[in-house]
Each structure stands twice: as C-alpha cells, then as structure tokens.
Design a protein around this ligand. Structure first.
Ligand SMILES: Nc1nc2c(ncn2[C@@H]2O[C@H](COP(=O)(O)OP(=O)(O)OP(=O)(O)O)[C@@H](O)[C@H]2O)c(=O)[nH]1
Length: 303
C-alpha cells in the first residue's frame, strides 16, 4: 500500500479526526438515545454503509494523491459529504427534540456544500489530467491500464503494446496508414549486471526507458518488450522515417552517463536496434517474428 502520500497529509488527517469528533460530540450532546424498538436496522445498515464507503473514498484520495489544490478540494468535499452521511446514520440512534431539532435539519447541508466543492475539484482535476495525459502520451497513447505496467522501466509491458499493434495493423489494412515497429536491445547488459549488480541494471533499464520516451514523437509508443529489449510503435511512419527516429534514440542512449550516489562513476550504454515496416495484411505474430529475426541476425553478424 502507498503510505508516502498519506504522510504528506498529516494536517488533513488531523482535520478529519477533529471533524468526526465534533460531529459525534454534537450528536451525543444534543441528542437523546432512541429506544431499541424505534431503531430501523435496515436504514442503519444502508446509511452506515454509505458513510463507510465515503470514508474509504476519502482515505483512498489521501493515499493516492500528492498535496495540492485538487487534493484539498476532493478532501474537503468528501469530508463534508461524510459528515452528512454520518449525521444521517446517527439520526437512526438519536432523536433531536425541541431546540435541538437543528441538528437533524443540518443533515443535508454539508453534503450540498461537499458536492459544490467536489464539482470544483472535478474541474481542476480535469485540467490537471490534461497536462498529465500530454506527458504520458508516448507511454500510453489513448488507453490506461496500470496492471500492465512494468515497474522496473516505468513503461508498459509488451502485452499492452500488442493491443495497439492490432489496432494499427487494422488501420493499415483499412486506410493504408503506414506502420513501423522497432526493437531496441541494450548491448552487453548481462555484463553490466554482473559488474554493477542487478539494482544498477534495473536503474539503467529505467534510464533507457526514459531516454527512449524523450526522443519519440507524441504519436509514438514505447514499451518494455522483454529483459533488456524495448519495442517502439510508430504509426503513420514509413521505414526511412522510423530509422531516423530510432538512430537518434540510439545516439542519445550512447551518450547517457549513469551516476551512483557513492561516487560519480559513469558508464556508456550502447544498443542494437532494428526497424521494420508492416506489410498490408501482415499478422501481428508475423510482424513481431520478422522484427525479432532481423535483430537477431544483425546481432549475430556483429559478434
Ligand atoms: N537488472 C535486470 N536484469 C535483467 C532484467 N531482465 C533481464 N535481465 C538480464 O538481462 C540480461 C540479458 O542478457 P542477453 O539477452 O544475453 O543480452 P546482453 O547481455 O545485452 O547481450 P547482447 O544483447 O548480445 O549484447 C540477462 O543477464 C538477464 O538476467 C531485469 O528486469 N533487471
């Protein structure tokens, strides 16, 4: 579970605890406990359930989000809604007579305020997400599925890419839109692992993943293919253009220096790479096999 973000929100958590304590205190101070026979247990179950779910949403928001305007709006909006849900629930156990009737009349007001705050939160969240979507476009294009993320490189895994290749092959068939695919393979990565350890190897995979992303166009997509191999999908791109793009990626990878925290040791990483352009009517399996075969032949020739 992600707990780092929760630690950032100490003040909000303290506010939540105080808000809940004040709500309970108000109800206990101004209410009179109902007799068992007056309690509607089905209502208690449903209203208690709604309050618990709202609390879960609230805590998930704090666990998942960094500090900032959207988080604050979501937090205060959900807290206000939680207070309403809680008053509604406690209403089942307490009666508010005479001068104290205002407590039960107050019930819906926090939820209304909360919904207004949540509406502002949604607007700012939309704006924030647009910026993030632009940054992630080379990593995920139009489809998000965190279950397919490779946590070492930070890119998606090959399964994710395969879904996109299917769509692009269809587009080639229907609209004659050229499609090129490239494989990039780190040279002597096993030696690197052996010399510097797996942790540094993992960090090199993450660095190279980022270098690839930085040197692609917004329309391209990069994923980790397997081990030390990356795959790049370049829609609407012929072979020559694709080769130029990947040549530049390889050049930038070759200039990469990896620093450690103890000393400023740096290393150069070279890659093997190969691009192919899909044939009209070619299957995904045939395209990937052709690409892997061409890369393996090239690597064998260079030994
Ligand atoms: N650190 C780390 N190493 C990995 C990971 N996945 C695969 N490897 C290692 O990557 C290496 C790939 O070896 P090879 O396919 O022989 O590639 P290479 O050593 O770069 O050889 P060439 O490609 O021929 O230059 C193996 O040593 C694997 O153990 C990973 O997630 N992290």
């Amino acid at each position: 579970m992600q707990t780092n973000f929760l630690r950032l929100h100490t003040y909000l958590v303290a506010f939540l605890v105080i808000a809940l304590l004040v709500t309970f205190s108000c109800v206990i101070t101004f209410g009179t406990v109902k007799a068992d026979s007056q309690i509607g247990w089905l209502d208690c179950f449903a209203e208690g359930g709604i309050a618990m779910v709202t609390l879960t949403w609230l805590l998930t928001t704090l666990l998942a989000r960094p500090k900032g305007k959207v988080t604050n709006l979501l937090f205060f909006g959900l807290t206000a809604m939680l207070i309403s849900m809680l008053l509604d629930f406690l209403d089942e156990f307490f009666r508010f007579n005479g001068d104290n009737g205002w407590v039960s009349h107050l019930e819906a007001f926090p939820a209304f305020m909360g919904m207004i705050l949540m509406s502002f939160a949604m607007y700012h969240w939309y704006k924030e997400q647009q910026i993030l979507n632009n940054m992630l476009s080379k990593k995920e294009r139009f489809y998000r599925e965190h279950g397919l993320t490779d946590f070492i490189s930070g890119l998606y895994r090959a399964e994710y890419m395969k879904q996109h290749i299917d769509n692009e092959l269809l587009s080639l068939k229907l609209h004659q839109r050229a499609l090129s695919v490239a494989l990039i393979d780190i040279k002597d990565f096993s030696q690197f692992n052996g010399r510097h350890g797996t942790a540094r190897g993992n960090s090199l995979l993450a660095d190279i993943g980022q270098i690839i992303l930085l040197n692609l166009r917004d329309t391209d997509l990069a994923c980790r293919y397997a081990g030390d191999r990356f795959i790049v999908l370049m829609p609407n791109t012929n072979l020559n253009a694709a080769q130029e793009i990947i040549k530049q990626v390889a050049k930038m990878v070759a200039q990469h220096k990896q620093y450690t925290s103890e000393n400023n040791y740096s290393t150069f990483s070279q890659v093997h790479w190969r691009c192919v352009e899909a044939y009209n009517g070619e299957s995904k399996a045939a395209l990937l096999k052709r690409l892997n075969d061409e890369l393996n032949v090239q690597k064998a020739q260079m030994v």
